[in-house]
Ligand binder design. Sequence first.
Ligand SMILES: Cc1cc2nc3c(=O)[nH]c(=O)nc-3n(C[C@H](O)[C@H](O)[C@H](O)COP(=O)(O)OP(=O)(O)OC[C@H]3O[C@@H](n4cnc5c(N)ncnc54)[C@H](O)[C@@H]3O)c2cc1C
Length: 444
Amino acid sequence: MREPKTSFAGMTRIRCNGRKRSALPSQPGLPDSRVHFRWYTDPPANLRISPTDSAAATYDQRMRRSIFTEDHELFRQSVRTFIEREVTPNFERWDRDGIVDRGLFTAAGTAGFLAIDAPEQFGGGGVEDFCYNAIISEEFAYAGAAPAGIGITLHNDVCLPYFLSLTNEEQKQRWLPGICSGNLITAIAMTEPGIGSDLASMSTSALRDGDDYIVNGAKTFITNGINADLVIVAVKTDPKERHKGMSLLVIERGTPGFERGRNLEKVGLHAQDTAELFFTDARVPVANLLGSEGMGFLHLVENLPQERLSIAVGAVAAARQALRWTLAYTHERTAFGQPIAAFQNSRFVLAECATEIEIAEVFLDRCIEALNAKELTAEEAAMAKWWTTELQKRVVDSCVQLHGGYGYMLEYPIARAYLDTRIQTIYGGTTEIMKEIIGRSLRP
Ligand SMILES: Cc1cc2nc3c(=O)[nH]c(=O)nc-3n(C[C@H](O)[C@H](O)[C@H](O)COP(=O)(O)OP(=O)(O)OC[C@H]3O[C@@H](n4cnc5c(N)ncnc54)[C@H](O)[C@@H]3O)c2cc1C
């Protein structure tokens, strides 16, 4: 379990990574339910994003987002400094290797950026507030390092809720401390080589044999697939049934019969490991069942809205960052004796992107509030997921166009963003499936 964390109210000095940190002002009047995290930086002189050019400066003076308190902004500053120190210097290497170091997870755990909503007794932050999760995802996107953050986002936003809501006391004791510290990296495996959208047709089987399940089958496209220590695997405990035959098992690294395939070569998201998993007579204790046997589909349905909202957060942040890069570029690059940004067409394209991002963010923030209030519906999460990811595709494509040929060169972040963006409308449920979910719910 990690060391107890220090609340920043009343905190004087802490050490992080062996370096001394400055005194922080106490924050009288802030609510007590704040997340406790380790400072990675000196106290911020200015909480606003510091833009690097005047065009971006103007752009960043955008509508105030009402979901974030001063507490959240302090957290954001700390995440930003963490990324500058722990992620940016390693990002190129991870991009080449196709995987982040496991140390990123333990560093994030030490800093208090993992499992913010897990109880403090297990090393979590003890605060149920998705704003903190959103900040982490946004800051990775703003740093141009989104692919390196996906593993953490999946761990926090997608997998952790299953470990919090479906585990018994023994399972919590066994897994949560490692999940909070980053020593146990998580993944979730639903997709199989033969099925993705049509989950109920999956064929990975888990047949009861005494106190174990014998698991046979294969999963593919699994995020954190190489790094993961605990994989939530969707299985058929009753292969004759469709939805009612599904259950969730936690399959641990080292389980005999559980093997990983290759780290798949993707179009983008190169720093993110995505793998095939194979199960051949893998013996998994019944004690690793998550929730109830036969209720796996329902458990997925309950947790998928948060996964989709998490993807939407990343989509809006990535679109915003793409626009920032493009504002900087189009103000600097000239053609026909004037900056690219001065052409009316450029202004219109940039205006359309900026407008749509603002609108998307308003809906996104509303969804985050709804999630925090436990009111977010599957349909609203589906709306957020498909619309923001399609927006991200449109914005990034327009931004590439405004970069001209340089937008096609991988040394420019917009080119990488183009590659990283394409998957957003596919994973976590395709745009078409999102529209199915929404469409089915619409009645006079
Ligand atoms: C980089 C990456 C990471 C991923 N990470 C994970 C992970 O961590 N865990 C995991 O379980 N999965 C993961 N996936 C899998 C991902 O969720 C699936 O690829 C996705 O759900 C789509 O499934 P599929 O690829 O089988 O496509 P299909 O289901 O075969 O769909 C193909 C096309 O048909 C359309 N289609 C299908 N059904 C309908 C319908 N009823 N109506 C209209 N159109 C339809 C789809 O929209 C799509 O356009 C990942 C995938 C990638 C590429």
